[in-house]
Structure formats: C-alpha cells, structure tokens
Design a protein around this ligand. Structure first.
Ligand SMILES: Nc1nc2c(c(=O)[nH]1)N[C@H]1C(S)=C(S)[C@@H](COP(=O)(O)OP(=O)(O)OC[C@H]3O[C@@H](n4cnc5c(=O)[nH]c(N)nc54)[C@H](O)[C@@H]3O)O[C@H]1N2
Ligand SMILES: Nc1nc2c(c(=O)[nH]1)N[C@H]1C(S)=C(S)[C@@H](COP(=O)(O)OP(=O)(O)OC[C@H]3O[C@@H](n4cnc5c(=O)[nH]c(N)nc54)[C@H](O)[C@@H]3O)O[C@H]1N2
Ligand SMILES: [Mo]
Length: 700
C-alpha cells in the first residue's frame, strides 16, 4: 500500500502541519505549514526548535511560490522535439511507466547488461525516504551501475574521518559559549544562516568573529575581521598556527598526551611551517598569522566553523584533516563553545542499510558523479566497463551543477542515450529528457531527516495533497519496480514501513528517536547531552580511539601520514604555463537567494538577475574591464558570459561568480560550470569546483 493511501495520515483540510525543510543546507529547519481548505497558505520556522528559532531563510520563505509555481510539472511528459529542445507532450502514468520499464528492461537484457543503466541523484531533497531508500533498492535489484555521490562533501568528510574518526564535530548551539569564532571557508549568512544567532550571542559576550575566505562575503562583512586567504592554501595557514601554538607554549600538552597520537611528529612538522613560510603561500602577512595562532591558543573555547567551501580544491581532504587537528592541539574540545564543526551528520545513525538494501546489488562498477561528462561521452564510461545507455536523474540538476558542462551536454545530446528525469520543473537537465516524471515537493510527501549543522532529527508530514499527478520518488520507484516485474517484497514497502526501518537501530545516540515521538513533536534531539562535547574526553571514533595527528590509514593509502599542505592543481605556482593564459582563480560559490540550482526559477528570488562575476579593481583595470560591462570568463574547458562587478571584495587574482544559474536562464545558455573541471580531490573523489583557473575579458 502506498503512503498516500493511508487515511489516518492524510493532510488536514485546515490546520498547522509540522514539516522539515528538505534542502541541502546544514540547518534542516523544523517548519510549520498553515493549511486552509486544502491549500498551504504559510510556511514558518518552528519557534520552539533550538536551531531554527522561528525563522526561515530568504529562499524557503518562498516555498509556496515554488510549490504552486505555474511551471510545475503536473503530468508525465514524453519528448516530442529534438533532444535538448525541452518540448514535451503530456502522457498518462500508465504510458510513462510502460515506456520507462520497457526501455530499461531492454537495456538490462541487452549486450551490455544492467550496468548500462546509471542512476544519478544528489540532494535536491535530503530526506532519507525520497533521497536514499526505494530508489536504491530498485537500482540494486536491477543490477544498475552505482553512483559515487561525491559532488559536495566527500573530501572534507574523509579529512575529518582521518583525523577525528568521523564527520562529527562540535555542536553549533555551543558557539554561543565561544570566545573566538573562526568562520573558515564558509559563508554563514548565506549557507548556514541559523548558526548566525549563536555567533551574535557569542559576540555580545565579547567573542571575536573572524572570516577566513578569499572573498569578502556578506558574512565576512559582518565579522570583526576578514582574513583574505589565497584559495586552497588553508592547510599552510593551519600548520603555521600550530607552529605558533607549539613554539609559544600554547599547546594543551595534557590533552595531547591523553587523547592524541603523533603529537611528536606533528610538532616536528609544524616546526617547518614558520609563519613567514606560510605567508608566501597563503598571502596573509606573517605577523597576522602569528597573532592568529596566539588568539587561537589563548582563547578559552575557540569554535572553528569550517564548511565545504575550503575543500573544493585538489588538496581539500588534507586541508580539512589538518585544520581538524587544531582543537586537539589547543585542547578546545574540552570546553563548551570549543572544537571544530564541518558537519554533525555522523551523529545520526539511522539504519541506512535497511533503507537502501545494498545486499540486493550484485558486484557492479561505481561511477563517480563528478565525472558524469566522461561517463556519458566515453565508450567505456571512463571505467573500462559498458557504455551508459540509460540515465535516470532525480533530486539533481546535473546540466547546471555538474562540472565541465560542455562534456555533460555532449553526453546528454547522444541520440542513443535514454534519459528519464524525475522533477518538479523542466530544469536544464529535464530539457534533455526522453521522459519526465512529475515528483512531489516536501509539502506533498512523507520523510525523515538528519541534519549536518545540528543534532535534531526531524519528521516531515505532508501538508497538502500532491499537486497535479505528481508522486513521491518512493512511489515512482515502487511502481517502476512492479511494472518491471521485480518481485523482492521490500520493493513494495510503504513509506511508513520505510520510516520505521530507518528508525530501527540499536545505536545509543538514536535512542528515543521514535516515529511516535516524531509524529507528536515533529523533531527530537538525538540522545546526546546539551551542550554536546563529543571529544571532551577523547573517545574519537578512529582505529586508535585517539585524535590521529599521525594516521596509519593514510600511510597505507600512500599519503603523508602527518598533516601537510597539498596545493591546488590550478594556482600560478602549481600550473605556471596554464596560469600565463588563465591567471585568475574563479570561485563559483552559492548566490544568496539560490540553493545550488534550486529556486533559480522563482521570480521573487532571481528577479531579472543574470550571471555576474566580481573582479578585483586591479585585475579589472589591467584588462580594461569596468563595472557593468559584459565579460567572458573562459579557460580551455569552456566559457560563459557575465556582467562584471568591479571592486575590492575579492582578493586580487580571484574572481567570484555567484552560482548556480540555470543555463537556460542565462544570456548565453551557459554558467560557471562550463569552466570547472571533472578533476577529483586528493581524498574522497570530491569535486574541485573552486580549483579553477580562468581569464576574464571584455566580451567584444
Ligand atoms: N543560500 C544557499 N545556502 C546553501 C547553499 C546554496 O546554494 N545557497 N548550498 C548548500 C550546500 S549544498 C552546501 S554544500 C553548503 C555550502 O556552503 P559552504 O560550506 O559555506 O560552502 P561554499 O558556499 O561553497 O563556500 C563557502 C566559502 O568558502 C570560500 N572559499 C572558497 N575556496 C576557499 C578556500 O580555499 N579557502 C577558504 N578559506 N575559503 C574558501 C568561498 O569564497 C565561500 O565564501 O551550503 C548549503 N547552503
Ligand atoms: N559551480 C558550482 N557548482 C556547484 C556548486 C557550487 O558551489 N559551484 N555546488 C555543488 C554542491 S555543494 C552541490 S551539493 C551540488 C548540488 O546539486 P544538486 O543536488 O543537483 O542540487 P540542485 O541544483 O538544487 O538540484 C536539485 C534538483 O532536485 C529537484 N528535487 C527536489 N526535491 C525533489 C524530490 O523530492 N523529487 C525529485 N524527483 N526531485 C526533487 C529540484 O527541483 C532540483 O531541480 O551542486 C554542486 N555544483
Ligand atoms: Mo553541497
């Protein structure tokens, strides 16, 4: 039985429904949705939720405009124009399921077998049901290729894992108790806005707030100081800070003795990293580095909020691993308000294996999603295996967000590729589909959520009936499985069964997180104390149980076992020839009112905006670029047009292209990802979006 059919859980005609913001953001807000006559009329943040604190962000405040958007896909669609034209005709669900199942079955039984089918999804919704449950069971049972979901965070995650043992850091609620907050490679006010009240609380009690970012973002503007680091050089800064901590007796020797391994090796390594040496690499004055080391060492509880921006470079894994050593050197893990947070995600121990059923999959190849361009254009998909003949996309918009879009588009244009897209809208990716299937939004389906910026688990109840004929992803994959004759009973589990399976875990941090409590309250804090000090007394989930300054695992994998600086692939000093033609590092981090490429088609959020690129005054002058001029941003991978914004909010040699635009809403059908590369990070196979040399020139 499908979830939508359970009368006792049907959305009310009138009232307030508890939901969860589904978006890929650390904040995972608890939402309250007001419904009148079966229509959602208001979304608000839950005032009782400790992290949401009653407000939603600029984007999700517009969730109703998105849900009831006139462009919502409301029926299944079949392509009628040429590939990529975005011309479709409505068809029935029966016809759509027949066509998709017969095409997939034919490919699975064909000469290349089921591995010629590639699922492609990311975090359009972060909900466990709609993002990683029935879809996985379906593709595992089919024997499709697997997808390595690396596009965002795997480098940093791996870096954290190597040092502290898991991607689980300090509790953001603790920031309020901090006396020094380093916002390191994160644009908090844009990408993690619900942390900001805690930052302000800390500042009101006297804490200094410092942003470490090549760009003076709106967050850096609000900080006490902006440290304009050169892109991809963060490990050098962290090593020099440790140099100061060791040299000036500011290290917590007792903490290191009890809870770390490799302190001597780290001390020796840090000794090589004088502030003067780090200054030449990071572009930060040696005196400032020395002072930062002292501030960090003398603080009672320094909170280091690292985020994913700094790990979108080749050395991103090692950079995060290195930064993650700092709180153990200075002992900040001991105190509320101290420590490092990249994520809290590993705090959540749902039963993912029960949800995803990896045991159903035969041994198959795995394709790294950041290499989608190669996977679709190379005869062996870049893996030495069969070509990709069918692509099933859901919760993602790769024709806008994947690197090296030129290659991605060449792949999507293949006449022999069968492309299915489950979507709310005709996105850049849906334009290339053979079949589009209408998906429900968060207001229309059930889900259960973890978070990566706090420690509350959240339930999402549907507040309205599905718009048009849209269906939850879970239901679409259930129906496809049935249509294809796949008979494993788990392919028929309904959404409530899935929720119960996700919550069926013996892990101690999940005790008390039950469906009943979630139904009643909407959200439940994990079974951790408040404030949660995960490593105050060691207990690192590493093989040694200690914070691993020295990592045997890294050594076995051929890495330097001790923290080091791994430079980006594309900086003038690492690629001097390339840099002669393309001397500027392009950072294409999120635009304030977009969520990756979601919300770009919401009028009140995009307005008439077109792609922009912020160029430093000195770089602009040298190129004859003036503010407002149309420029071309280019490298050997591709190019895109943008309006130049000239100023001093970026470091010289750095440009910023706020992203991720829909290419079809841009003036030349391109965006910043026409220039980014399919390269992978040192660890985790992650994307290197900001490791990207370009030239910026006047358009004509
Ligand atoms: N409004 C909004 N919020 C979002 C998103 C969105 O698109 N829009 N995206 C969501 C997602 S998916 C994610 S992963 C997070 C991402 O949010 P964050 O983790 O904050 O990451 P980014 O926005 O990619 O980059 C943050 C900052 O890192 C800086 N940066 C780039 N390279 C370097 C470097 O080498 N060193 C240092 N120190 N800084 C560097 C950038 O200039 C940028 O200001 O945000 C989530 N929240
Ligand atoms: N240049 C550049 N590129 C980037 C980034 C950057 O900073 N710069 N950021 C990168 C990062 S950090 C990330 S995480 C990725 C994000 O890339 P994606 O995960 O692809 O995120 P979105 O672009 O938001 O696209 C998500 C799509 O999922 C759809 N969707 C949402 N909910 C559902 C649902 O329930 N069912 C179905 N079927 N569809 C749904 C939405 O309508 C939307 O079109 O982009 C990466 N790309
Ligand atoms: Mo992300």
């Amino acid at each position: 039985m499908s979830a939508v059919a359970r009368p006792e859980f049907a959305p009310p005609a009138d009232g307030t429904v508890r939901g969860a913001c589904p978006h890929d953001c650390p904040d995972t807000c608890a939402m309250l949705i007001t419904v009148k006559d079966g229509r959602a009329t208001k979304v608000a943040g839950d005032p009782d939720h400790p992290f949401t604190q009653g407000f939603l962000c600029a984007k999700v405040n517009r969730y109703l405009e998105r849900t009831y958007h006139p462009d919502r896909v409301t029926t299944p669609l079949r392509r009628v124009g040429p590939k990529g034209s975005g011309r479709f005709e409505p068809i029935t669900w029966d016809a759509a399921l027949d066509e998709v199942s017969s095409r997939l079955s034919a490919i699975a039984k064909g000469p290349h077998g089921p591995q010629a089918i590639l699922p492609y999804s990311y975090a359009g919704t972060m909900g466990l049901l709609q993002a990683q449950s029935m879809d996985r069971r379906f593709f595992h049972t089919l024997g499709a290729s697997k997808l390595d979901r690396t596009i965002c965070s795997t480098a940093g995650m791996e870096g954290m894992r190597m040092t502290v043992g898991a991607n689980m850091g300090a509790d953001g609620e603790g920031v309020a108790a901090s006396d020094l907050v380093l916002l390191w490679g994160t644009n908090t006010l844009t990408s993690n806005p619900h942390l900001w009240p805690f930052v302000l609380e800390a500042r009101a009690k006297g804490a200094k707030i410092i942003a470490i970012d090549p760009i003076r973002t709106r967050t850096a503007e609000q900080c006490d100081e902006w440290i304009a680091i050169r892109p991809g050089t963060d490990a050098a800064l962290a090593l020099a800070m440790m140099h100061v901590l060791f040299a000036e007796g500011l290290a917590d020797e007792d903490y290191m003795t009890q809870y770390t391994i490799g302190a001597d090796q780290l001390r020796t390594r840090a000794a090589e990293w004088t502030p003067a040496r780090a200054a030449t690499i990071t572009g930060i004055a040696a005196e400032r580095i020395t002072e930062l080391g002292r501030q960090y060492g003398r603080a009672k509880a320094a909170f280091l909020r690292a985020n994913y921006g700094l790990q979108r470079h080749y050395g991103g894994g090692m950079a995060m691993r290195t930064i993650a050593c700092l709180p153990a050197v200075a002992g900040h893990w001991r105190r509320p308000g101290g420590g490092v947070q990249l994520s809290t995600s590993f705090g959540f121990r749902y039963n993912n294996a029960a949800l995803e059923r990896p045991d159903l999959s035969p041994p198959v190849r795995t394709i790294n999603m950041v290499r989608l361009g190669d996977a679709l254009t190379m005869p062996d998909a870049g893996t030495g295996g069969p070509p990709v003949q069918a692509l099933v996309v859901y919760n993602s918009n790769p024709a806008a967000v994947a690197p090296d879009l030129g290659a991605v588009r060449r792949g999507l244009a293949r006449e022999d590729l069968f492309t299915v897209v489950l979507e709310h809208f005709i996105t850049d990716t849906a334009d290339w589909a053979d079949i589009v299937l209408p998906a429900t939004t968060q207001l229309e389906h059930w889900d259960v959520h973890f978070a990566y910026g706090h420690y509350q688990s959240t339930l999402n109840r549907p507040s309205i009936a599905p718009v048009g004929e849209s269906l939850p992803n879970t239901e679409i994959f259930r129906r496809l499985a049935a249509r294809m004759g796949l008979t494993d009973p788990c392919l028929a589990d309904d959404d409530f069964t899935l929720i119960r399976q996700a919550l069926d875990t013996p892990h101690e941090r999940m005790q008390g997180v039950t469906f009943e409590r979630l139904l009643e309250h909407g959200w439940v804090r994990l079974n951790v104390p408040r404030p949660f000090l995960p490593y105050a007394n060691g207990n690192f989930p590493t093989p040694s149980g200690k914070c691993e300054f020295y990592s045997e695992r890294l050594k076995e994998r051929g890495f330097d076992p001790v923290p080091t600086y791994t430079p980006p692939r594309e900086l003038p000093e690492t690629a001097p020839e390339l840099a002669k033609r393309f001397p500027i590092v392009l950072i294409s981090s999120p635009r304030h009112k977009f969520l990756n490429s979601t919300f770009v088609n919401v009028r009140s959020l995009r307005g008439d905006a077109e792609p922009e690129v912020v160029v430093h005054t000195a770089d602009a002058a040298r190129r004859g670029i003036v503010d407002g001029m149309t420029v071309v941003v280019a490298n050997d991978r591709g190019h895109f047009r943008a309006t130049a914004r000239v100023g001093d909010s970026v470091r010289p040699g750095v440009a910023w292209a706020p992203s991720v635009f829909w290419t079809k809403l841009s003036r030349d059908g391109r965006n910043a990802n026409d220039t980014t590369s399919q390269g992978e990070t040192d660890m985790g196979g992650g994307a290197v979006f900001y490791d990207n040399l370009v030239e910026v020139s006047p358009a004509d």
